[in-house]
Design a protein around this ligand. Structure first.
Ligand SMILES: NC(=O)c1ccc[n+]([C@@H]2O[C@H](COP(=O)([O-])OP(=O)(O)OC[C@H]3O[C@@H](n4cnc5c(N)ncnc54)[C@H](OP(=O)(O)O)[C@@H]3O)[C@@H](O)[C@H]2O)c1
Length: 309
């Protein structure tokens, strides 16, 4: 604990590595990425049953390339997600689907448990009691140790909590300088006539802080919804210039500054990277160790095109 009573943690604890893009990598490249992340201090590895385009493809590539020893497995947090169907339209939070997908993830990853399971995208046909039944069964069998959600609003979390006993203390959401609605909305909440004031998540950012829910920022560097990165998108030239200026000021890289922008928020989010390059993982870990000033945080926010009323 430090003088303000807050727990000290390493910058690497704020960074996770997402494995959504490893399907095209050779085994050796997967090993290089993993060991580079581990050397940088990263322990959180993020999967989903749908990554790679067919069920469990990226999980399988990860499991087969790495074949983690029991001692290495014990040192890392492996989380996966389910609930999006790729074999039929929509979403599926039925108990049978959740249990089946977790069992598939365990086989593909070559592990006997997930450290955490996230429900990937809200299923409006959800029956919270069914989710509760699946979670209880998976927990009792030792197959999943903790649970959370992804892309869920405040209301959707509260609905699940009417039946689910386990804490839902992670929500993985899209957040970064290229899509900062999570924070931008609250800043403009009372500004009629600006799209930024539209409440899309029921005040998730503040709810997460009040309830101790860790927000995990996915696609931290994407511009919009998979339109390229904030580092090279033509419409993000002003943002890139601001990132470059601060990178020079701190003697670091734009990737580090874009990471620092997320980790500077007092919601203490984790950043789920999608890079396939170990050097970029290390850059982000370095960024998580930089504490931007308020002025710098808002300068980047404005450079990303958001309004400061
Ligand atoms: N919960 C959800 O609904 C959801 C949705 C999408 C993703 N995710 C999770 O979030 C993770 C990250 O998503 P993402 O891959 O879209 O994230 P990202 O880190 O924003 O994007 C990574 C991509 O940007 C490229 N890139 C280009 N310049 C870069 C730079 N300077 N620094 C870093 N990357 C750069 C990377 O290329 P290189 O490989 O060449 O570095 C890679 O193709 C996924 O792996 C997945 O685990 C979750």
């Amino acid at each position: 604990m430090n003088a303000t009573g807050m727990t000290q943690e390493s910058p690497a604890a704020r960074i996770g590595l997402g494995l959504m893009r490893i399907d095209a990598l050779e085994d050796a490249a997967i090993r290089e990425l993993y060991s580079g992340a581990r050397q940088a201090g990263v322990t959180l590895f993020d999967h989903a049953d749908i990554y790679g385009g067919s069920w469990h493809e990226c999980e399988r590539r990860f499991g087969e390339a790495l074949r983690l020893s029991p001692s290495e497995r014990a040192e890392v947090t492996i989380q996966s997600k389910c609930g999006i169907r790729i074999d039929q339209p929509g979403f599926d939070f039925s108990a049978a689907h959740i249990v089946r997908q977790v069992e598939g993830s365990l086989r593909a990853l070559g592990t006997d448990h997930l450290d955490r399971l996230l429900l990937h995208r809200p299923d409006t046909l959800v029956e919270p009691e069914e989710v509760a039944r699946a979670f209880d069964e998976l927990e009792a069998a030792g197959k999943v140790r903790a649970f959370g959600v992804s892309n869920h609003t405040v209301g959707q979390i509260r609905l699940l909590r009417t039946a689910v006993r386990q804490p839902l203390d992670v929500d993985q959401v899209q957040f970064g300088l290229g899509h900062a609605a999570l924070a931008a909305q609250g800043i403009a909440a009372n500004m009629a006539g600006t799209p930024q004031s539209t409440d899309r998540d029921g005040g998730l950012l503040d709810f997460a802080r009040i309830e101790g829910i860790t927000l995990q920022a996915w696609s931290p560097f994407q511009y919009g919804f998979f339109e390229g990165t904030i580092f090279d998108h033509p419409e993000a030239a002003g943002l890139r210039a601001a990132l470059d200026r601060l990178a020079t000021h701190y003697g670091t890289t734009p990737t580090a500054i874009a990471t620092a922008w997320i980790t500077r928020h007092p919601a203490r989010m984790q950043v789920v990277l999608g890079t396939t390059r170990a050097d970029r993982v290390a850059e982000s870990v370095a960024g998580a160790g930089i504490s931007l000033s308020r002025a710098e945080w808002y300068e980047l926010f404005a450079a990303a095109g958001y309004e400061i009323p």
